[in-house]
Design a protein around this ligand. Structure first.
Ligand code: NDP
Length: 396
């Protein structure tokens, strides 16, 4: 029986709240706060209709530490789940320390003025969380999140050493729009227009943005897709925690139409985060573009098809080489029917609920700042099967 405060009423926040409401034996009180209270109220109404569970709603500016501390002191939750944007990670960690509340998120901190994500800013909180006797769990979405747990699961049950890790994120869904992103457009475009980066024999190797690709044959009828090498935040912690890793890469599928639009937008400066003067007002082209693009939430009823995200791992077991693929397939239509969101929000919101459940039930515990792969993967893997993201593993 515990109390959770979720911050952020976007696509991921909505799924997480719906999923928490399905597990009342753990989440006995659900509180939801965001910048725009009406969005929290709409989620609460949907949850009430679907599950009968009441969700309390609040307005908060999560950039304002004092405001969040006041809310935390009023609600006194056991855990704050940050499903706002990566910019809010540090102010929310500060607020948790001040109010004595445990912290969890799904995305690595990113400074608003620089499109760069690195864990160094959040790792700098380790000692303060340790001294306060609090837990901070970083990156409990799908990737990062489930992909970290898949690696820990493989390490625990299948390998003595993992030498090569390829995380492959495939969205084989179609929303019928000329160009739209499946989660927050600003965060998404900042991420995919960055230089690529992968780990090779102890160092990071950089590549030009989306300049490397490979074809991969996805299982269960999804078929052949082109995947592009990108930098993704879970690589940074996995290379520290997975024994023997010699190469770690992250790949994501993109369609030609998506990439053509992206290149044109980039070419004309629309993806830039450098403010420009427009009729006496400073505007950031990317933020303006976000305002023009479809809201990811509006894609829910339009998106058909499936996602397939997983880890291909090669390593050694009992002196013999072994290659294992652990993956989940999630249907956009089924996710929409269950919680009113497409599979990108679903595959992030479900692990957010499960990560929160691991902490609140004490299955995962510790003082300090942690990554998913540092805890026992078994209860998390079991919960994925039970709560809508069943996984499969095949030896290749
Ligand atoms: P959305 O843009 O749909 O939602 C973000 C929510 O946060 C909105 O409700 C927004 O409010 C709110 N918010 C923004 N700034 C503040 C603030 N200062 N104070 C309070 N609330 C604020 O994003 P998503 O739901 O798509 O993504 C949520 C998070 O999940 C992001 O950090 C994203 O990077 C992460 N993510 C992680 C994935 C993973 O697999 N690990 C995959 C996909 C996403 P308002 O509505 O007023 O703008």
């Amino acid at each position: 029986m515990s109390k959770v405060l979720i911050i952020g009423a976007g696509g991921v926040g909505s799924v997480a709240v719906h999923k928490c409401a399905q597990v009342p034996e753990v989440f006995s009180e659900i509180h939801l706060a965001s910048r725009t209270k009406s969005k929290c109220d709409a989620i609460a109404a949907s949850v009430k209709e679907r599950t009968g569970v009441d969700v309390s709603t609040y307005q908060v500016d999560a950039d304002n530490v004092a405001e969040t501390v006041t809310l935390l002191k009023q609600i006194k939750p056991d855990l704050l789940v940050n499903l706002a944007l990566p910019y809010q990670d540090l102010p929310l960690m500060d607020a948790c320390l001040e109010a004595g509340v445990n912290y969890m998120d799904t995305a690595n901190y990113e400074p608003p003025e620089e499109a760069k994500f690195e864990y160094k800013w959040q790792w700098a909180y380790r000692e303060r969380f340790e001294q306060a006797g609090l837990t901070a769990l970083l990156g409990s979405g799908f990737d990062p999140g489930v992909t970290n747990v898949f690696a820990a699961h493989a390490m625990k049950h299948h390998f003595d050493e993992i030498h090569v890790l390829d995380i492959i994120d495939c969205n084989a869904g179609d929303h019928g729009q000329a160009f739209a992103t499946n989660f927050n457009p600003e965060i998404n475009i900042r991420e995919i227009t960055q230089r690529g980066r992968y780990w090779e024999r102890g160092e990071w190797v950089e590549t030009d943005p989306l300049s490397w690709s490979m074809d991969y044959e996805f299982p269960e009828g999804i078929g052949h897709k082109k995947c592009y090498l990108m930098y993704h935040e879970e690589l940074e912690s996995l290379v520290m925690h997975i024994k023997g890793l010699k190469r770690a890469r992250f790949w994501m599928t993109f369609g030609d139409q998506y990439l053509t639009h992206l290149r044109v937008l980039e070419g004309i400066g629309m993806t830039s985060i450098e403010p420009i003067d427009y009729k006496g007002q400073q505007i950031q082209p990317l933020q303006f573009l976000k305002a023009v693009l479809p809201e990811p939430g509006s894609l829910g009823p339009l998106t058909k098809g499936r996602t397939c995200i997983g880890n291909v791992m090669t390593g050694i077991k009992d002196g013999k080489e072994k290659k294992l693929y652990v993956y989940n397939i999630c249907s956009h239509e089924d996710a929409y029917e269950e919680v009113g969101s497409q599979a990108i929000s679903y595959t992030t919101g479900v692990p957010a609920m499960i990560g929160a459940m691991m902490l609140l039930t004490g299955k995962w515990s510790g003082k300090g700042v942690f990554h998913m792969e540092q805890f026992d993967p078994d209860p998390f893997m079991e919960a994925l099967n039970k709560h809508g993201l069943p996984w499969h593993e095949v030896e290749l």
